[in-house]
Write a protein that binds this ligand. Structure first.
Ligand SMILES: Cc1cc2nc3c(=O)[nH]c(=O)nc-3n(C[C@H](O)[C@H](O)[C@H](O)COP(=O)(O)OP(=O)(O)OC[C@H]3O[C@@H](n4cnc5c(N)ncnc54)[C@H](O)[C@@H]3O)c2cc1C
Length: 550
């Protein structure tokens, strides 16, 4: 620790205030003090952006076994069956608890209203305020967290690295963006729940915070990452020049939306019997093929069969956003194109969020629990964050009981926990906070990833992409700020995705190789794994037991 660093101690440190981090923190607060760090505002997360909903087998027509089967089918032979079983079996319990904590899901009369999405065999998607499900869940979890005295939330705290002693993670370092100060936190266990990495691609539905910091930090510390080649591309992001790729939820197609090419022909029949309700990878590839065929940069999503009244009620946020761009979904077709949306891979964990490093846990989109296999079923990721966030909290409490194991290792006298930062970053640090759009290196990484490591892949393009990424020189800085750390993290992860994609010589789920267009169960029905200093390897799966957290 340098002299200018402030030192704090907490029983548990959680990085991320999305669904996974908050759910874990609430669990952990039963055992000790918890410090939750978020690099932006507390509600700035993919969780708050989630639209369509959260999947759970709770409706009268549904069964847990059907949800399980749909998840396994979408995962294309690579789901960890034990993890999927836990997701679907424990999901109803944690959703019921969310409702008890004040989450207001939409209802039909007094009953919960379920909708159906692509690749689900039943209507099982709960939604809130039409298409603001994530915002409502985030609101309810934050409200709950704020009532717990032992749970401290700190915004604008950018976690840069982990502290490791004798092979064990014993804390982390963070940069306070409000004043530029450096901090060190010592904790009995650390959870990384920093969300996904969509910002590594030029076209993405993800918020700016999705720069994969947790994955890169864990990798640098020596943790095993898994399934990094599996990036899900959402088929329908709003394609308006110069505007962010706003997501047009799957639920729109679930409610009868039709895809048309620029000649206004319905085309999905040529690619899949399920047409618009085929899984995301199939629809995304079909759209790319149709865009190539018609030499266009988008296709259209047609909702004009639905009334304005229905669209306003069912999709208020989407309807309003499109209207702001001059599109009335009730009368106009919306230009759409695919965009990077979700990372199936990440920090490899067991069924309790334990990573390969003692003292380090991971949950939510940062983690690779194996529930999504090669392709995530729509609306399963909020559920994963909820279920495995809670489970990680339980394991941390059992593995590292508060105030016992690490009391001797804490430096000096305990410092008070940092309070809830309500100030926003000062102007100079705010300028450094966002990856600057003019940052040429960042733009280059994102372009290379979109062009060479995107929806359609081949050895030639992947090799070229890797060479270009390796040739990039990252700007050096004596005292790197958030933007420099994010750039380094994205560069590290870009190479890991590209190397893993090159190693997987088959097509499966979201990973499509034009030079290996078939699935190869014999040699590659395995998870990829990568660790600092080693090549990508493929690991045969050993069944994991769902023992108690301890
Ligand atoms: C537009 C959109 C729509 C979606 N719709 C759905 C849907 O309908 N249903 C569904 O199931 N899934 C949906 N998803 C996916 C889902 O929202 C995410 O996978 C899920 O919310 C991830 O939750 P999380 O807790 O893992 O991370 P997030 O919610 O992304 O939270 C990450 C947190 O980590 C913090 N953080 C990141 N890096 C650092 C750092 N270095 N230091 C400190 N803090 C850091 C961030 O500030 C943030 O608080 C959608 C995603 C997007 C982008």
């Amino acid at each position: 620790m340098t002299n200018s660093q402030k030192c704090h101690r907490a029983d548990y440190a959680v990085v991320g205030s999305g669904i996974a981090g908050l759910r874990a923190a609430i669990e952990l607060s039963a055992a000790g003090s918890v410090l939750v760090l978020a690099k932006s505002d507390l509600s700035d997360s993919a969780t708050a952006w989630a639209q369509g909903g959260i999947a759970v087998a709770l409706s009268d027509e549904d069964e847990i076994g059907l949800h399980e089967q749909d998840t396994l089918n979408a995962g294309d032979g690579l789901c960890r069956p034990e993890a999927v079983a836990l997701l679907v079996e424990e999901g109803p319990k944690y959703i019921t608890q969310l409702i008890e904590w004040g989450t207001e899901f939409d209802r039909a009369g007094t009953k919960l209203a379920f909708t159906r999405e692509a690749a689900h065999s039943r209507s099982r998607i709960l939604h809130a305020h039409g298409d603001s499900t994530g915002r409502e869940i985030s609101r309810a979890l934050l409200a709950r967290a704020h009532t717990i005295p032992r749970l401290h939330l700190r915004a604008h705290a950018f976690t840069s690295d982990l502290i490791i002693e004798k092979g064990r993670v014993v804390g982390l370092r963070f940069l306070d963006e409000t004043d530029g100060s450096q901090h060190e936190v010592r904790a009995a266990a650390v959870l990384l729940a920093t969300g996904g990495l969509g910002q590594v691609y030029r076209e993405t539905t993800n918020p700016e915070v999705a720069t994969g910091d947790g994955m890169a930090t864990a990798y640098e510390a020596g943790a095993v990452l898994s399934d990094m080649e599996f990036v899900q591309f959402h088929p329908t992001a709003l394609a308006i020049k110069g505007a962010p790729r706003f997501l047009l939820s799957e639920a729109l197609r679930g409610e009868g939306g039709i895809l048309r090419n620029i000649h206004l022909e319905r085309f999905m029949k040529r690619y899949s019997e399920a047409q618009e309700l085929a899984s995301r990878d199939i629809v995304a590839r079909a759209i790319v093929a149709e865009m190539h065929r018609t030499h266009s940069e988008h296709v259209y999503l047609d909702m004009t069969k639905k009334s304005q009244e229905f669209l306003k009620r069912r999709f208020p946020r989407i309807y309003e956003t499109c209207l702001n761009y001059g599109l009335d979904l009730a009368t106009d077709v919306a230009p759409v194109c695919p965009a990077a949306h979700y990372m199936m891979g990440g920090v490899k964990t067991d069924l309790w969020g334990r990573t390969s490093l003692p003292g380090l846990y991971s949950a939510g989109e940062t983690a690779a629990t194996g529930v999504h296999g090669a392709n995530r079923l729509a609306s399963n990721s909020l559920l994963e964050g909820l279920v495995f966030g809670a489970r990680s909290g339980q394991a941390m409490m059992q593995d590292a009981p508060a105030g016992k194991r690490h009391a001797g290792a804490l430096p000096g006298s305990p410092a008070p926990l940092p309070g809830n930062s309500t100030t926003t970053p000062n102007n100079s640090s705010k300028a450094a906070a966002k990856p600057s759009p003019t940052c040429a290196t960042l733009m280059k990484i994102r372009d290379v990833m979109w062009r060479d490591v995107g929806i359609l892949r081949s050895a030639k393009e992947l090799t070229e992409g890797i060479e270009q990424l390796q040739a990039l020189e990252l700007p050096k800085s004596e005292k790197p700020g958030r933007a420099a750390h994010e750039l380094r993290n994205l560069h590290t992860l870009a190479l890991l995705i590209a190397r893993s994609a090159l190693a997987r010589e088959e097509s499966r789920g979201s990973h499509y190789r034009s030079d290996f267009p078939y699935r190869d169960d014999e040699d590659l029905g395995k998870h990829s794994a990568v660790q600092k200093g080693s090549d990508v390897r493929f690991e045969a799966e050993r069944a994991q037991k769902n023992q108690t957290a301890g």
